[in-house]
Unconditional design. Structure first.
Length: 367
């Protein structure tokens, strides 16, 4: 924890603001705007809720199609299903691990040929690393498709000096318990369009009309962040730069520790970007490792009570999304899933912890 979270939480109790509104919510939204440079922010219960509201605000409805990377967590894609829309799954660019501009163009042109121009594009910044926003925003502008940035894993990361989440029509942040900062559970929608954010707040508080009685002209949701949890977020924001620095230090430790191992490569940091290194990810080349796999490494760490995880399993390989259109010929996402591993990456990892982890990995690889 940062140290001041308890102060903000205590203030919520002392002032009797135990509700999904209040000074901490307002302050947290202002903190997010100040840090990211976004014009407006709505604090919500989750990043998933933020994606759902963004889709609603863009008018995504039953039968519409939404471009989305296959290489992501299911929470990126689930809200498309909430709207009874169709995910159009697109493979990754090996240079960024994120949405591939080439296959995105293929997907757009093919869907238009079939009479279904995508209603929106969700761009994910996976593991805190930027997508190729220059190419993707050019595509979006060329075809007139609004962009939602899923920066749930990327708070504190930048592309060409600009915060991720601020390039598209709307950006999404997450403060889940495993993110670089947390409110225990929470998210936010950010945008330079104040009317969109105000509409998001309206929908997130059950879409109650301005009337002395309870009147509703729209379907609403219980998506607003609590003033108590927003207090935790305010304290966390005060140490966000240190958290990013700590994660990048963990990544650098692994990079140096495995620099002499040709079978180990790392998640890229595209030119012009500075990632937050939310998770440190490696990929194992089995042709150079004498057949040692990422699963061998994962199991060796697990035997020592050290948790590591495979990279995200692509959505086009998930039973729930089988049958959704998929665009990709090199199958980059599937390859990364098969060979990739997320190593322990917490901001509080001690030097002895990192030494132990790297020694186990090196031993399994015979180094």
């Amino acid at each position: 924890m940062g140290g001041t979270e308890q102060t903000y939480v205590n203030q919520a109790f002392e002032q009797n603001w135990i509700a999904p509104l209040g000074p901490n919510v307002d302050g947290f939204e202002q903190d997010l705007c100040a840090f990211t440079g976004a014009g407006h922010a709505a604090a919500l219960v989750s990043g998933t809720a933020a994606i759902h509201l963004a889709l609603i605000l863009l008018g995504v409805a039953e039968g519409d199609e939404v471009l989305v990377p296959t290489f992501t967590f299911s929470a990126t894609v689930n809200p498309i299903a909430y709207q009874r829309a169709v995910p159009i799954l697109v493979d990754s660019d090996r240079r960024t691990w994120n949405l591939c501009p080439y296959h995105t163009r293929r997907a757009i042109k093919d869907r238009i040929r079939q009479g279904k121009k995508p209603k929106a594009m969700i761009v994910v910044h996976l593991y805190g690393q930027s997508a190729d926003m220059l190419a993707l925003m050019d595509l979006a502008d060329e075809f007139g498709i609004p962009v939602i940035e899923d920066a749930a894993e990327a708070l504190g990361a930048t592309y060409r000096g600009r915060a991720l989440g601020t390039f598209g029509r709307m950006g999404v942040l997450s403060f889940n318990g495993n993110k670089i900062i947390t409110t225990s559970g929470g998210g936010a929608l950010i945008s330079d369009d104040g009317a969109l954010v105000e509409k998001a707040r309206f929908l997130a508080t059950q879409a109650r009309d301005p009337a002395p009685h309870y009147q509703h002209s729209h379907i609403g949701y219980n998506y607003r962040m609590s003033n108590v949890t927003a207090g935790i977020g305010r304290g966390q924001m005060e140490v966000l730069p240190q958290r990013v620095a700590a994660r990048r230090k963990v990544f650098e430790h692994y990079r140096q520790a495995f620099a002499d191992l040709p079978m180990v490569s790392f998640s890229p940091e595209p030119e012009g970007s500075v990632g937050n290194r939310w998770l440190s990810c490696i990929v194992i080349d089995e042709d150079l490792s004498n057949g040692v796999t990422r699963e061998d490494i994962r199991l060796a760490l697990e035997a020592e009570n050290i948790e590591s995880r495979p990279l995200w399993k692509p959505m086009h390989l998930q039973p729930v999304f089988e049958g959704c259109p998929y665009y990709g010929t090199e199958h980059v996402a599937a390859d990364l899933f098969n060979r990739g591993l997320c190593l322990p990456s917490g901001s509080g990892l001690a030097a002895n912890d990192l030494k132990r982890i790297t020694e186990i990995v090196r031993k399994v690889l015979g180094a």
